[in-house]
Design a protein around this ligand. Structure first.
Ligand SMILES: Nc1nc2c(ncn2[C@@H]2O[C@H](COP(=O)(O)OP(=O)(O)O)[C@@H](O)[C@H]2O)c(=O)[nH]1
Ligand SMILES: [Mg+2]
Length: 324
């Protein structure tokens, strides 16, 4: 159901001011997966995309469970708040077998005083195809309209349903001392090289230094093919606060690089296309894709259609003769 236009105005204004009540209301609307919710979502999304301040940045924090992503997010959020910036966060836990305790731990780590300009949304899914990814993307659109910085925490290294690079402007891979498996993956070229690498728990000493040295030797090989931005490796500790400010500075620099190189608009376009495709595949499956000539053709079509990801999704459904 679409909102009357005055209510939509009030909702969008509340979000732009970073008001929790408006943000929570909008998140509930965009997370509604019923088909009849689509029209209202399209209107809201179009308004938010048009009015999102251009300076916002979405940062993906990814890495294996336990490396300290939530703790690092908390430290970054505190840094940004003390710098007068507002922060939104989506913490995604796509693994169904994790205990409730782990999630509760995250919630404790990510608690802030109610008067701060911060909004944290935790998302857990209990099955593999829970529609988690579209909800994450939609939440990001709401949060980035409200705050300068939006963090998305996902369990990375290939297991995640949400490909974090299709939601984030900057991707930070968090490793801890002894991250042998991840390093092997990188060496084998299985992992995409993220924009920033963090060797976390730097307070652990020599083991952290060894991990950084291993990482730098892998990157030295990869750097020969990279152009423009060389991913820096930072030794950080959320526990002691070491290099948290440096990480925030690096994220600012990466954002400036994205602007300069025009990569930002390319990433936004890729994100729009992958979201439209994901919604379409979720709703209509291979039958839908076949009607449009297969996955590649559907993707090209989505890229040609203007508007938001939801507009593209609706248009794809219409062209496939499947719109309800
Ligand atoms: N030594 C050390 N331990 C940390 C640091 N940050 C977090 N931890 C611990 O690492 C564990 C996992 O942290 P968490 O933030 O939940 O990791 P996540 O699963 O990646 O989100 C917890 O027991 C934290 O107390 C750090 O900077 N140094
Ligand atoms: Mg976590």
């Amino acid at each position: 159901m679409a909102l009357p236009s005055e209510s939509l105005d009030a909702l969008v204004e509340g979000i732009l001011r970073g008001e929790s009540v408006s943000i929570a209301h909008a998140l509930a609307r965009v997370e509604d997966s019923r088909p009849q919710a689509l029209a209202g979502q399209r209107a809201l999304l179009a308004r938010l995309e048009a009015e999102t301040p251009s300076a916002h940045t979405v940062v993906g924090l990814t890495g294996a469970p336990g490396v300290g992503k939530s703790s690092l997010a908390s430290a970054l959020i505190r840094h940004w708040l003390s710098d007068g910036r507002g922060v939104g966060m989506v913490a995604v836990d796509p693994t169904s077998r994790r205990t409730g305790g782990a999630l509760l731990g995250d919630r404790a780590r990510l608690r802030f005083p109610p008067n701060e300009r911060v909004f944290v949304r935790s998302m857990a899914t209990h099955d593999q195809l829970g529609g988690l990814a579209p909800a994450t993307r939609a939440a990001v659109v709401v949060l980035r309209a409200a705050f300068d910085w939006t963090l998305v925490e996902t369990v990375g290294v290939g297991q995640s349903e949400v490909d974090v690079e299709t939601v984030a402007d900057s991707v930070v891979l968090v490793l801890q001392p002894g991250s042998g498996d991840t390093l092997q993956f990188m060496k084998a070229g299985i992992l995409e090289i993220p924009d920033v690498l963090v060797v976390h728990k730097w307070d652990l000493g020599a083991a952290a230094e060894r991990t950084r040295a291993d990482l730098e030797s892998i990157l030295a090989i990869a750097a020969k093919t990279s152009q423009g931005w060389s991913p820096p490796v930072l030794g950080v500790s959320a526990q002691t606060g070491k290099a948290v400010a440096e990480l925030a500075g690096t994220l600012r620099e990466h954002r400036a690089y994205l602007d300069r190189s025009k990569e930002l608009s390319q990433r936004h376009q890729a994100s729009r296309v992958s979201w439209a495709l994901e919604l379409f595949t979720l709703r209509y499956g291979t039958l839908g894709l076949e009607r449009l000539g297969g996955r590649g053709a559907t993707e090209r079509l989505a890229a040609e259609i203007g508007g938001t990801a939801l507009d593209a999704f609706s248009e794809l459904a219409t062209r496939a003769g499947l719109a309800s």
